[in-house]
Design a protein around this ligand. Sequence first.
Ligand code: COA
Length: 286
Amino acid sequence: MSVRIEVAHDIEACRATVPIQEEVWSGDVVVPPQLLLAVTHNGGFVAVGHVDGDERPAGFVFGFLGIYDHHFRHHSHMLAVRAPHRHSGLAVALKEAQRDHCLDQGIDTIAWTMDPLEARNARFNFAKLGAFARTYGRDWYGAMPDKLNEGIPSDRLYVEWRIATDRADKRLRGADAIPTLDDAERDGIPWILAARGDRPAEEPSPPGGESHALVAIPMDFQAIKAQDLPTAVLWRDMVRQAFELAFAEGYAAVEFLRSSDGSRGAYMLVRQPQHPSPEETSEVMR
Ligand SMILES: CC(C)(COP(=O)(O)OP(=O)(O)OC[C@H]1O[C@@H](n2cnc3c(N)ncnc32)[C@H](O)[C@@H]1OP(=O)(O)O)[C@@H](O)C(=O)NCCC(=O)NCCS
């Protein structure tokens, strides 16, 4: 299957995102094409993806130029591929086009938010792109009416993608061997939160200074939400506690691992090197 990326410069291309937004999320929360156009003319980026044999646009990405922690970065607000064209390479091609746009601008980081309970997005962001996360937001967007988000607090991980790195290059080329969850378990990496079947096994436990730790999530959160809302809410609460515990102790989520049979998935977190604060440094110098 061959895919083609069209970088949006006019209102027609921006309008082409609307049916995709409606199909993937619902018509309740649509970013208007006029706003998309204004963003593309002011440093931001919109691209529409096409797949051979389908006249309708198959996916899109949208992001804007921002400032975070005193540095320019690109905030990627939306990425979507229509269901029939998932796993076609189009999502990666859209992110590559966005990355090229940012590298041309001299920007080295693209960031976005993601629902930590969406295993497919986790696999895409961490394994295929090589992004990482170290910040967690509770109910970030408040109550959301669309079909993916309704009925549950909109907690988000803040995902950062360093696009000028060897890691990003290798992941995009599929050149990095990513361990399986079975490997991680064999290595004795401890669980902050484990799963038993479709449910969290028990309350999260603190990572306790280990170099690596695991946080389980369900493989199909939308199905759990549709069939058993209390269990979905329990997952939200447990995963929130797990990430808050870990991030408070200086860990970052750097991978999303799957078991070799594809039935289980977990984030792998690593302890980040501690940098002395400026006050501590001046203490040492004195
Ligand atoms: C997010 C999205 C753009 C990714 O596109 P995609 O075509 O599904 O992505 P890919 O298939 O290239 O990558 C997804 C990876 O997750 C894997 N995957 C699929 N379902 C999975 C699941 N339930 N659990 C774990 N991994 C899963 C895929 O196998 C693939 O990994 P692999 O290539 O290593 O096997 C698309 O799924 C989408 O539009 N989702 C709805 C909208 C959305 O959530 N957007 C992002 C937030 S704005």
